[in-house]
Design a binder for this molecule. Structure first.
Ligand code: GLY
Ligand code: MN
Ligand code: MN
Length: 439
């Protein structure tokens, strides 16, 4: 299937869900890094999912109340050679129609003029408030003037509602093109982790391992890292989002690497591996690693249709708590420890998240009291960990932590595709058994 048709199919499904409401979905904007330098452009995932258009300063309209052939409108930066010499190629108005399937395209400068006529007969306006102040001002002004005119015209959009619940419901179940891209991201990332483990030696710096991994991502055709790569040796691993990566690797410590690449079409991998820098675990490290690995394996087993992310989390949590009880790092009854959260000084995050165009991907985990059930085509991470930090307060009725356990941080994270009969671990190319972690 041609690329254009993939996006068109998604738009058709979105139109069905919108019923008579017109949706306004903006592209991402460029963000200032400092002075007049900007961060590399990263398209908004909702906008990308529906358009495949990779430029800033664009807005897409989805108008289900218009006839087929007049429903998908793109406002884009017009072609302008003098600007393109500085910032690069633009598709322009014509390119938006011929290459991205827009029924009609306009210059972004004409948005305010055209918006009233596109929106006036919609039942409602589907637009996410609070994210894009400039566009929000235009949308609200337009809606207000349509409401002012409604007593004479006889119509105006009657409601403002968020597009996210509908759109994110679509994004939650991946189509075969998305699964192919996620596989690609998983494959490149798995190999990068293998390379990192083979290379890391005492005396190297965390930054060097980061450079190695990110070089591999780019070399293999990825867009780059999906998020700030975490290369955390020793006690740095107890900082969940450690990204400074400045320390020197010491023999005897573990190295936790949480890094993933993003493909050119923005699909992400998210893998964590933890291994001994000198090639063999201490007995404390091995004990904790075995518990995290067993917790992860139990949780992955529960990634089947009809299960929920809560079940996945609870499967991992029980194994972690049981293991900590056996080691004497927790005391008491397993159910009351879980109920009271008396394990949270060692395990303070959930066991995973949806994965897709966003690393923490769109889609509800709960709808009111209902836990969203896993369905074929959903992708999630499974990432239990244990962090024996010196800083975290031990709950009153729990044992103090003996020194020999302190400063050990372990997480094991894989990306898993839900299938009917068995979970498919997309990232199985990154090894994790104890025998593979030691040499
Ligand atoms: N790398 C972010 C996460 O694991 O959720
Ligand atoms: Mn993750
Ligand atoms: Mn991660």
């Amino acid at each position: 299937m041609k690329n254009l048709n993939i996006f068109q199919k998604r738009r058709e499904r979105f139109f069905e869900l919108l019923s008579g409401n017109a949706a306004i979905i903006p592209a991402a904007s460029l963000v200032v890094h400092h002075a007049d330098c900007e961060y590399p452009f990263r398209q908004n995932s909702d906008f990308w999912y529906l358009t495949g258009f990779d430029e800033p300063n664009a807005v897409a309209l989805f108008l289900p109340h218009f006839p087929i052939g007049e429903r998908f409108i793109l406002f884009v930066m017009p072609k302008q050679i003098s600007a393109e010499i500085w910032t690069g190629f633009r598709w322009g108005v014509e390119g938006a129609q011929t290459n991205f399937g827009a029924d009609i395209a306009h210059s972004i400068e004409e948005l305010e003029d055209f918006l009233p006529r596109y929106l006036e007969k919609a039942d409602g306006i589907s637009f996410r408030v609070g994210k894009n102040p400039k566009l929000e001002a235009i949308v609200l002004k337009t809606w207000s003037s349509l409401l002012n005119d409604s007593s004479r015209k006889g119509y105006a959009p009657a409601q403002l509602l968020p597009p996210c619940p509908l759109l994110h419901q679509l994004r939650l179940k991946k189509d075969k093109w998305e699964i192919a891209s996620l596989r690609k991201a998983a494959e490149i990332t798995s190999k990068a982790h293998e390379l990192a483990r083979a290379t890391a030696k005492p005396g190297m710096f965390e930054k060097q391992i980061q450079a190695l991994i990110e070089h591999y991502f780019l070399d293999q055709g990825a867009r780059g890292p999906a998020y700030g790569s975490i290369v955390a040796s020793g006690e740095n691993a107890c900082i969940l989002h450690y990204v400074s990566n400045q320390s020197q690797l010491r023999g005897g410590d573990l190295l936790l690497i949480d890094a993933g690449c993003s493909t050119n079409d923005y699909y992400n991998a998210d893998i964590t591996r933890t291994f001994p820098i000198s090639g063999s675990f201490s007995s404390e490290q091995r004990n904790l690693y075995q518990i995290v690995l067993a917790a992860q394996q139990a949780a992955i087993k529960s990634v089947v249709t009809g299960s929920t992310t809560d079940t996945v989390h609870m499967s991992a949590l029980r194994v972690l708590v049981e293991g900590l009880l056996d080691l004497g790092l927790l005391k008491g009854n397993i159910d009351s420890i879980i109920e009271q959260g008396a394990y949270r000084h060692f395990y303070m995050h959930r066991t995973g998240h949806w994965l897709g165009l966003d690393v923490h991907d769109a889609g509800a985990y709960r709808l009111g009291d209902y836990e969203v059930e896993l369905e074929k085509g959903m992708v999630l991470t499974v990432e239990p960990g244990l962090y024996i930090s010196d800083f975290v307060e031990v709950p009153e009725d729990q044992p103090e932590v003996p020194e020999r356990w302190k400063g050990i941080g372990i997480r094991i994270e894989d990306d898993v595709l839900v299938d009917e009969s068995f979970p498919e671990v997309l990232t199985s190319g990154a090894l994790k058994e104890i025998k593979d972690m030691e040499n």
